[in-house]
Design a protein around this ligand. Structure first.
Ligand SMILES: C[S@@+](CC[C@H](N)C(=O)[O-])C[C@H]1O[C@@H](n2cnc3c(N)ncnc32)[C@H](O)[C@@H]1O
Length: 278
């Protein structure tokens, strides 16, 4: 099914208030399968966040809103008019304000541009701290642990969701093969890892425990949705200076891209970890 038809079908299944928010956000491009990628991602966040037991009026800390406020928009909807979302990001803010305005959610969100390993807040002031599809961007285990510690310092409960390195269908395998090039591509381009490989659920729970959390629940959620974000543009790979690394990555990129073209790209199952402060 073309993504725009599939999008309409999924929209009809959402609760009407959230569907209305999604409808307010304009398409993000004109060519299939891209125009509704942001909307699909928000629908995925909505599905995942149903597990977070968010109630109207809550104060929520979000780490890593990313440039498109995908989780932020859903959180703002869930906390309602009386709730607040403080969203922290170290630097990617490009479309956040624009999208929150389009969604009608701007008044519920307080943006904080900061490194989440040390936040400028004195004491517990949230009902819940969340990071959804953000762990992969925290670069290494020591930063992940430090950020989880901060979340547990500022909130008695935390909620983590992240894609898992589990691929059953061909479209999931294509997603994973392409995504797994990112860590090496970023390292070759900048000298630093980013978008590290997705961590297994056991690793996520261990990291939460080592940050001082007591895991109260963990699960694997099947997403059953298309995905559009695994691919780093080839032109970026082409800019890697080291010739040997560049040629090797270009070859692997071509192979992964062919599989994406053949099979499409599908969301991987998501690992969810809920924890409270010990
Ligand atoms: C993959 S994006 C998050 C996506 C978003 N949560 C969503 O639902 O699509 C991860 C974000 O984490 C941010 N980030 C990475 N390290 C950080 C740190 N130390 N402190 C705060 N934000 C950080 C990045 O700038 C990036 O915007």
């Amino acid at each position: 099914m073309a993504s725009s038809d599939e999008f309409q079908t999924r929209l009809e299944k959402l609760d009407s208030e959230f569907a209305e928010i999604i409808r307010r956000i304009p398409k993000r491009g004109s060519q299939e399968p891209a125009p509704f990628w942001l909307h699909f991602e928000m629908i995925e966040r909505y599905k995942v966040l149903r597990e977070a037991n968010i109630e109207a009026g809550m104060n929520i800390l979000e780490i890593g809103c990313g440039a498109h406020a995908i989780t932020t928009t859903v959180l703002a909807h869930l906390v309602g008019d009386q709730g607040r979302v403080v969203t922290v990001d170290i630097g990617r803010w490009r479309f956040v304000e624009e999208i929150l305005i389009q969604a009608g959610m701007k008044q519920r969100v307080i943006p904080l541009s900061h490194d989440a390993t040390k936040l400028p807040l004195q004491y517990e002031c949230f009902n819940l701290a969340v990071v959804v599809h953000g762990i992969r961007s925290f670069r290494n285990e020591s930063t992940i642990t430090q950020i989880l510690k901060e979340m547990l310092r500022l909130s008695p409960r935390i909620f983590i969701a992240e894609s898992l390195p589990i691929a059953k269908t061909k479209a999931q395998k294509a997603h994973l093969e392409m995504y797994n090039l990112r860590e090496e591509i970023f390292q070759a381009r900048t000298g630093e890892k980013d978008d590290i490989h997705y961590l297994p659920l056991e690793k996520l729970t261990k990291l939460v425990e080592s940050a001082g959390g007591e895991v109260t629940d963990s699960m694997i959620m099947e997403i059953d949705q298309p995905h559009f974000l695994a691919c780093v543009p080839r032109v970026i790979v082409g800019k890697i200076e080291d010739e040997k690394i560049r040629e090797n990555l270009l070859q692997r990129w071509n192979a992964a891209y062919e599989k994406l073209q053949q099979h499409g790209e599908e969301h991987l199952p998501v690992g969810i970890v809920k924890a409270r402060r010990k």
